[in-house]
Design a protein around this ligand. Structure first.
Ligand SMILES: Cc1cc2nc3c(=O)[nH]c(=O)nc-3n(C[C@H](O)[C@H](O)[C@H](O)COP(=O)(O)O)c2cc1C
Length: 188
């Protein structure tokens, strides 16, 4: 199973890096698969650790994709790292081994400490819509406009019916990003 999470890492100089990543949950551990080049990959290779954040504030996902990476963090409990202060739960992981690949290596990790901070509030279609739109934006240079527009039209239906203020803020950041990309493409 793949879960959409926020991975927080630090570099050798303790500089925090925050990135959305779909992590693979397997019977014997957790795998992180960053596309090269990746700051997350560099940091995990440098420190041997990472934090997986199960976060329902979708502004963090949309924010990271639109240049807003400065989210409040708190020191991790058992490793050198940080978790998102707003996360519902976090898992501190240590790197066990890497299967290298030119495009997308697999980092096999083991959970060493898990904390539940607040309860899961249930599923929300607007949060799903924001995640899907954020993924579309991470692939703007590879997808035809027609596909982007038709997927956004579909996502907008559930979004409009169920969004709260955080989801609306996140959605607006993503739509602004698409508009500026479209404008740039039209003028170049
Ligand atoms: C929901 C979601 C899931 C993502 N999953 C991955 C992933 O598994 N691997 C990856 O390399 N990028 C993924 N991305 C894109 C990265 O977050 C983005 O490209 C980021 O900048 C990764 O590079 P970095 O480690 O240098 O920050 C995802 C984006 C979103 C919105």
């Amino acid at each position: 199973m793949i879960q959409e999470t926020i991975v927080t890492t630090v570099d050798a100089a303790d500089q925090v890096h925050i990135a959305p990543m779909g992590i693979h949950i397997e019977a014997d551990g957790i795998s992180i698969l960053p596309f090269k080049p990746s700051k997350t990959l560099d940091n995990i290779l440098a420190t041997g650790v990472a934090v997986i954040n199960h976060c329902d504030d979708v502004r963090v996902f949309a924010g990271c994709l639109t240049g807003r990476r400065d989210w409040p963090v708190t020191p991790a409990k058992t490793i050198t790292g940080v978790y998102l202060t707003a996360t519902l739960a976090h898992v501190e992981v240590s790197l066990q081994r890497m299967a290298d690949d030119q495009l997308r290596p697999t980092l096999f990790c083991k959970a060493v400490h898990t904390v539940n901070h607040r309860p899961f509030q249930g599923f929300n279609r607007a949060q799903f819509a924001v995640l899907e739109a954020a993924i579309l934006i991470s692939r703007l240079d590879r997808l035809p406009w027609q596909k982007i527009e038709s997927e956004l039209d579909y996502l907008r239906i559930g979004f409009e019916k169920t969004a709260g203020s955080k989801e609306r803020e996140a959605w607006q950041w993503l739509m602004d990003e698409i508009d500026s990309y479209r404008l740039k493409a039209a003028t170049s």
